[in-house]
Ligand binder design. Structure first.
Ligand SMILES: Nc1ncnc2c1ncn2[C@@H]1O[C@H](COP(=O)(O)OP(=O)(O)OP(=O)(O)O)[C@@H](O)[C@H]1O
Ligand SMILES: [Mg+2]
Length: 227
């Protein structure tokens, strides 16, 4: 069973009276334990595809299957639950809430489900902050952190519920080469240790050695690329 299957995803935007077909019948299967990258020119639809995979946007056509469950059969109301329990989203611009500390950002995202108690949840928060090297940020607000620290809090937040699929939209874009590579390494480690799956959109060719497969999105089509 695949961690995530995208089947025949089609999405267009209305541009005046013409349709701009951004995703033209795209299919993608990602195994558990697999880390894949999507490259492509600006405007090629990478964020659109990831947002659809993350169930933050609906496709015009096509279906998503997460760990064997077809999203076709889900009501839009149930999407929030699926997002919280099965998916971890890392946005390019981290999107932390300004009025919460690092610790509070993680607690807010934590669905109580994977934890048997508040104590267990709290110790997972501490563990994740330590793993990502940001224990010192626990009580800090975003405005007190550096760009790289904020990005790592966003990653910790995406990992807290032990998602089955991690979706990362240019997670390394705002970081220098070394920090960017560390972020990609952290995603890889999570994927390999927990046997989850990750799809990462990136422009950074220097981190492609960390992923298992590379695709290119061009003119509405997703093509497998040589590493
Ligand atoms: N809400 C929207 N309404 C209309 N057009 C949109 C909308 N969102 C995206 N588009 C268009 O869809 C195309 C794909 O956008 P998308 O953001 O997915 O590209 P991208 O590959 O992520 O680009 P980048 O590398 O610059 O982030 C673009 O031409 C964009 O203008
Ligand atoms: Mg984008």
């Amino acid at each position: 069973m695949y961690a995530m299957e995208l089947n025949h995803i089609t999405k267009g935007y209305l541009d005046g009276d013409r349709e701009n077909l951004v995703l033209n019948d795209i299919s993608l299967k990602v195994n558990k334990g697999e880390f894949i990258a999507i490259l492509g020119p600006s405007g090629s639809g990478k964020s659109t595809l990831l947002t659809i995979a993350g169930m933050l946007l609906s496709a015009d056509k096509g279906n998503i299957i997460i760990n064997g469950s077809s999203m076709d059969e889900m009501k839009q109301k149930e999407w929030t639950k699926i997002r919280r329990e099965k998916l971890g989203f890392i946005f390019q611009n981290h999107q932390l809430l300004p009025y919460l500390t690092a610790e509070e950002q993680l607690i807010l995202a934590a669905d109580m489900k994977p934890f048997s108690s508040k104590e267990e949840r709290n110790s997972t928060v501490d563990e994740l902050l330590a793993e990502l090297g940001i224990s010192s940020c626990k009580k800090k607000y975003p405005k007190q952190m550096s760009g790289g620290e904020k990005q790592r809090v966003a990653i910790a937040r995406a990992f807290i519920n032990r998602p089955e699929v991690i979706l990362a939209d240019e997670p390394t874009a705002s970081l220098d080469g070394t920090r960017g590579r560390q972020i990609a390494e952290m995603i890889r480690q999570e994927v390999k240790h927990r046997n989850t799956a990750a799809i990462m959109v990136t422009h950074d060719e220097r981190i492609l050695d960390l992923v298992d497969r590379v695709y290119r999105l061009e003119q509405g089509k997703l093509l497998l690329s040589a590493l």
